[in-house]
Design a protein around this ligand. Structure first.
Ligand code: ADP
Length: 466
């Protein structure tokens, strides 16, 4: 696995959880899995004892991880601790990481069958690996966790060696004369390409949601598939969650109520009303601006309280802070990144709202389900694949699914879900349906195993000596 993020060592979002969960599940099935990630905090000279590779880069094993992890340090990655700088400097950083990762595989003699690369940060690895033993014998898989992040840069900002390498590829049509696109190069070059839900796979193969890469994806035909992410239930279930007290057994409504009370106390809210949580990066994709706009209506029409944790867009952060100041008894907003509070809100809330404009898979709704926290989600991408709209007549369904990414859609979703909450029989049924689902990585890694086998088999057929 080659990735910019890996939970819990380096995490800004779902990528970190997905790579950690998939790697651990594969390792539990006796696959020999190694994970290569950048070392964002190494001193400029590298860690003591690290093995030098090339270009001033070095590699050292991380300590006490369940799956072996190698940390790739390089002066070009920097040592400030930031995972992403969010500007053109990231081109040189992740180029250096990708090049060093392939060199490290050679130094460590990793004779892999499969190199699984994640997102644009590692999307040049398939092309780099093809040029260098032992990875040139490996099949490559590229997973797109979010096509909104492509690593598109002006050629002029690339280090010379990166510019020369990209120019040497025969698909130089990638990007344009003046631009390169790391993700596009990866999509063209990997043996197979995946994304993190079947619906998102269909969506990004269309011009509406493909963000310019839909034609390149369609050209991959059957070699582009959607495989749903999974959950590591050791970290995300009421019986074993390391961040909630008291833990409780699935289905134990009193146990859940105690966690709800604790988190509402922590946030300064009274616990005599339904609680709607949200844990999210605060960017347009996630649609939390819709929640801000819907709040006046929702506060007037319902008795719900809201607990929001997130950070990102400063205007959205300010709007949420203002709302919390205006209605302190109804809304709590915590700005920032807080793993423990994320668990407590997801575990303790009655509902989790995920109003995304688009959503490749979405993990928080999967986590919520396990705690009997009912997801209220927009019908898009992985949200549409993992939550089914509750039907009081049949008693089937696991959450509330609304169609439109606008204020009216969200208000409809929240008020509909609150009606079920007020009906004890429906509420009981809905919570039991939700927490009964199984999205474990144990299950979700099976389609990856099948894909790996297909890729390996195809390579064998092409070069029988391999
Ligand atoms: P994305 O990767 O697009 O951010 P996902 O739903 O796939 O969205 O994954 C989000 C992950 O990040 C979840 O594990 C969620 O709990 C976590 N997360 C998001 N925002 C925060 C935050 N402010 N504090 C703690 N965890 C957060």
């Amino acid at each position: 696995m080659v990735s910019a993020e890996l939970a819990p060592l380096a995490k800004t979002g779902g990528l970190a959880d997905a790579v950690a969960g998939l790697s651990a599940a594969l390792a539990a099935k006796d696959h020999d899995v190694r994970v290569l990630i950048p070392d964002y905090t190494a001193p400029p000279s590298g860690r003591p004892g690290a093995a030098a590779i090339e270009g001033g880069a070095s590699v050292s094993p991380a300590e006490s991880t369940p799956v072996p992890v190698y940390l790739i340090a390089s002066p070009a990655i920097g040592s400030g601790g930031a995972i992403y700088l969010g500007d053109e400097r990231d081109a040189a950083r992740f180029w250096a990481f990708s090049r060093a990762a392939v060199a490290a595989a050679a130094a460590l003699e990793l004779e892999s069958d499969i190199v699984h690369c994640h997102d644009w940060h590692a999307a040049l690895v398939p092309a780099l690996a093809a040029a260098r033993p032992p990875l040139d014998a490996a099949g490559t898989v590229l997973t797109l966790h979010n096509i909104g992040f492509q690593g598109a840069f002006p050629r002029s900002v690339l280090p010379d060696d990166a510019a020369a390498f990209l120019a040497s590829l025969d698909d130089e049509a990638t990007g344009s004369r003046d631009w390169v696109n790391f993700l596009e190069t990866g999509i063209r070059r990997a043996s197979a390409v995946t994304t993190v839900s079947p619906t998102y796979a269909r969506e990004i193969a269309t011009p509406e949601l493909g963000m310019g890469l839909d034609a390149v994806l369609r050209a991959r035909g059957d070699d582009f598939v959607g495989i749903l992410n999974g959950v590591d239930y050791r970290l995300w279930s009421p019986e074993s969650d390391p961040f909630i007290t008291p833990r409780f057994r699935r289905g134990d409504a009193d146990g859940k109520r105690r966690v709800k009370r604790a988190v509402m106390t922590e946030l300064g809210l009274a616990d005599d009303a339904p609680l709607i949580g949200a844990v999210s990066r605060l960017f347009e994709q996630k649609g939390l601006d819709l929640l801000v706009d819907a709040l006046p209506t929702l506060l007037e029409r319902t008795r719900a309280r809201f607990a929001v944790l997130g950070s990102g867009n400063p205007d959205l952060e300010a709007a949420l802070s203002r709302a919390a100041k205006t209605w302190p008894e109804r809304i709590a907003f915590r700005r920032g990144y807080d793993e423990g509070l994320a668990h407590r809100i997801i575990a303790g809330s009655d509902f989790l709202v995920v109003p995304s404009r688009y959503e490749p898979c979405g993990l928080t709704q999967l986590y919520a389900l396990r705690y009997g926290t009912v997801p209220i989600v927009r019908k898009t991408g992985g949200l549409a694949d993992t939550v089914t709209h509750y039907d009081p007549a049949s008693g089937r369904g696991t959450g509330c699914v609304f169609e439109h990414a606008d204020v009216t859609g969200l208000i409809w979703g929240v008020t509909t879900a609150l009606e079920w909450y007020e009906s004890p029989a429906d509420w009981e049924r809905l919570c039991r349906n939700a927490e009964g689902l199984d999205f474990s990585w144990q299950r979700q890694c099976e389609p990856y195993e099948a894909l790996y086998r297909r890729v390996i088999e195809r390579r064998r057929q092409r070069s029988p000596s391999a």
